[in-house]
Write a protein that binds this ligand. Structure first.
Ligand SMILES: [Fe+2]
Length: 398
């Protein structure tokens, strides 16, 4: 493969016409590296539920653009810190729990709950060594409803400014977010680029073809299934089918009778998705993380409202698993097509799949490093500039 670069203006013009990003954006490790530095390290990432941090010393860990992160409740409130010891860069905290101090398991360097280094064995005799020179480094933390988000960019736009309007849309479903209880949390891995997977998430053009169960539960007709671009988040809102409520579905589905008549599927830029299905109060939240260009890994949390039966919970989880398996088969296949790079460009529908187009515009302008274009796309104005996207001569991984 020869060295190449993509001009942002021509990429944007192509996206406007419904031409997808070129195939190498989904297979080239250099693009993934740029996405991590220019997208993932500059955006808000869901890390866990606020309910998990109620007492001083409660902590959770996660990753933000590949950076180990710990969020801890200390006297000053929530603090997010880079979970990497200042000594030899071992991860300090693991999993979640409660701690009085944060002690690294490698050489016992010990930090207080604000991240100040308080003890480090044998350093008393070390020349020019002062504990106060080695605090854990800071990250930004903020909450949205019951969720904790972390951002590695200390100057990033506030979380509320980007996603605050989402809470009103979720409230329209009838869900009371504060009442939801965590039912289960899973980690997963898939064999497709993170964008391949999220672009599949962002359209329901494929639902009638590929998801018979989902389409029997939720009305996926274009006039009934609303796709909304809200700047930094994109939403799909549908309704339960009357035939499903009456138990007249042609295929086996879960029983969607309950106080929620809506289905809602939201993508929060760049990689957090929030799902609500018709039925009793339920919500799941997923984080999608690139693991090289051709693999994605992540975690899923499933929540239910108080009093929701185990029977409903298990049936809905099985239903979601079925849809997930159907999607994985689709995105695995798309990734094989993208690796072939023939054809180099796909053609998406600018009306039925415009959330995909919006997402690709955000990706392209962010990777180009064009902040003005990125913000204007999020604000709903058309971006465009002569920025180029540098791409190394590395070959796409097979
Ligand atoms: Fe799907």
């Amino acid at each position: 493969m020869t060295p190449t670069s993509d001009n942002l203006s021509s990429l944007m013009a192509g996206l406007e016409r419904g031409e997808t990003l070129p195939a190498h954006w989904y297979t080239n490790p250099s693009i993934t590296d740029q996405e991590i530095s220019k997208i993932f390290r500059r955006s808000w990432h869901y890390i866990g539920p606020l309910k998990q941090l109620t007492n001083a010393g409660d902590y959770i860990t996660g990753y933000v653009g590949g950076i180990p992160a710990v969020v801890v409740l200390n006297e000053g409130g929530l603090a997010a810190l880079i979970n990497v010891c200042r000594h030899r860069r071992h991860e300090v905290m693991k999993g979640c729990g409660n701690a009085k101090m944060m002690r690294c398991g490698y050489h016992a360097w010990t930090y207080d709950l604000s991240g100040r280094l308080k003890a480090a064995p044998r350093t008393a005799t070390e020349p020019d060594f002062r504990l106060e020179d080695y605090p854990l480094l800071p990250l930004r933390v903020a909450t949205l409803g019951p969720w904790i988000f972390v951002n590695a960019d200390l100057g990033a736009e506030p979380l509320e400014a980007q996603f605050g309007a989402l809470l009103g849309i979720i409230a329209e479903s009838g869900i009371k977010l504060e009442s939801l209880e965590l039912y289960k949390r899973d980690e997963w891995a898939s064999h497709a680029n993170w964008k391949t997977m999220l672009e599949n998430y962002l359209e329901c053009y494929h639902c009638a073809v590929a998801h018979p169960g989902f389409s029997a539960a939720v009305d996926v007709l274009p006039e009934k299934y609303h796709l909304g671009v809200h700047g930094w988040f994109m939403s799909q809102v549908g309704r339960v089918r009357q035939s499903a409520l009456e138990g007249r579905s042609r295929v086996k589905i879960y029983d969607p009778r309950g106080e929620l008549a809506q289905a809602q599927y939201h993508l929060l830029w760049p990689n957090t998705t929030i799902n609500i299905n018709p039925g009793f109060p339920n919500l799941s939240i997923d984080v999608w993380i690139p693991n090289g260009p051709n693999e994605t890994q992540g975690f899923s949390e499933q929540y239910f409202g108080p009093g929701v039966s185990d029977e409903f919970a298990q049936a809905l989880i099985a239903f979601n698993d079925q849809v997930g398996e159907e999607d994985d088969a689709l995105t695995d296949s798309v990734q094989r097509g993208l690796r072939a790079a023939l054809p180099d460009r796909g053609r998406f529908l600018t009306r039925a799949e415009h959330l995909v187009g919006h997402f690709q515009k955000l990706v392209a302008s962010a990777v180009a490093g064009d902040e003005t274009a990125l913000k204007s796309i999020a604000d709903g104005r058309t971006g465009g500039s002569s920025h180029t996207v540098p791409v190394s001569p590395a070959s796409p991984t097979p």
